[in-house]
Design a protein around this ligand. Structure first.
Ligand SMILES: [Zn+2]
Ligand SMILES: [Zn+2]
Length: 325
């Protein structure tokens, strides 16, 4: 995957022509809950050493070793020697690793809003600039207006196709060590932690509503499509309605909960396309309907309206006590 120069760790990764595009590569990273947890610990707790991750959560050394290697390969982290005898390394986030904060932030915000059982494990966020606990709000970079899924048109660019956007089964890394990270983003992982689920999610946001449309876009056998549609419906992410043309058939629509996942999708795609570049061009082109310009997601504080920066977001534990709520 990576053709990169070690001297320039912040350079973009050039993907191979005709191969997996930015969406597939990004889903391979972001769709792995242990990789996300490792990045989160580095971002929020400043963890840089192997043993610190082992102490921070129920991760096994084999899982940690494998995930750190893949994060280094993806240029999300770099190995920096800090001792020569014996040889020891720190793992530091690269610029692209540090820029993953909007993905984590939007995921947490969504889980806190829609998934009751996870909120006690999830940190709250304080906006340092205004001092308030906040939720991120998605806006359009070009016009500053709040933007929802329905305001954005998406279409494939030159490196985009369903085939090239779905991570291949062999490169997917699944977490099956038994133990799970404490700061769970449980439902997010049910949506993106599996190649077929991620494909279904993308198909739903790009307007698929009928079984045949999901089947065609996902390139999956009907039993898998049916299974994933059922899962998404059980999660309250899609609702099943009668097809207006054929009342004995059904269509699937995103619910409010489903549509509200859009900031996660937009932040993830934006990060991926910024750092993983196919020679043919973009995988996905997004346009903001209201202003007509290319849509780049940005996040603002819902309390003060100011644009968020990674450095102005503070993680707060025990939020209920701190707000006096
Ligand atoms: Zn706009
Ligand atoms: Zn604020």
């Amino acid at each position: 995957m990576a053709e990169r120069s070690k001297a320039e760790p912040n350079r973009v990764t050039a993907l191979s022509a005709g191969g997996p595009n930015a969406i597939a590569v990004t889903n391979g990273i972001v769709g792995d809950e242990w990789s996300l947890w490792i990045v989160q610990m580095a971002l929020n707790n400043g963890i840089t050493q192997y043993n610190e991750w082992l102490r921070a959560g129920p991760i096994s050394s084999s899982v940690l070793t494998a995930r750190l290697a893949s994060l280094v390969e993806a240029d999300v982290m770099e190995r920096v020697p800090y001792n020569s005898r014996p040889q020891r390394y720190d793992y530091r986030l690269t610029q692209r690793g540090r820029q993953m904060w909007p993905i984590l932030l939007t995921m947490w915000a969504w889980e806190q809003r829609w998934v009751n059982e996870s909120d006690e494990h999830l940190p709250s966020m304080r906006h340092v600039r205004c001092g308030h606990l906040f939720a991120p709000q998605l806006i359009c970079e070009a016009c500053d207006r709040p933007t929802a899924a329905r305001d954005v048109d998406g279409r494939f660019g030159p490196s985009g196709s369903w085939e090239r956007s779905i991570p291949s089964a062999v490169t997917r890394r699944r977490a099956h060590s038994g133990a799970r990270p404490l700061e769970l983003v449980t439902q997010s992982m049910m949506l993106i932690g599996n190649r077929w689920s991620a494909a279904l999610l993308g198909a739903a946001f790009l307007g698929a509503t009928r079984f045949g449309e999901f089947e065609q876009r996902m390139g999956a056998p009907p039993t898998i499509v049916a299974d994933r549609l059922r899962t998404f419906r059980d999660l309250g992410f899609l609702e099943q309605l009668p097809n207006p043309q054929r009342p004995d058939w059904v269509v699937y629509h995103l619910t409010a909960k489903g549509r509200d996942f859009f900031p996660v999708v937009a932040s993830t795609i934006d990060w991926g396309q910024r750092w993983f570049v196919a020679p043919e061009g973009a995988a996905l082109k997004l346009a903001h309907r209201e202003c007509g310009r290319a849509f780049r997601p940005r996040l603002v504080c819902d309390q003060c309206g100011e644009r968020l920066r990674g450095s102005s977001v503070q993680v707060v534990r025990g939020a209920a006590e701190q707000t006096g709520a």
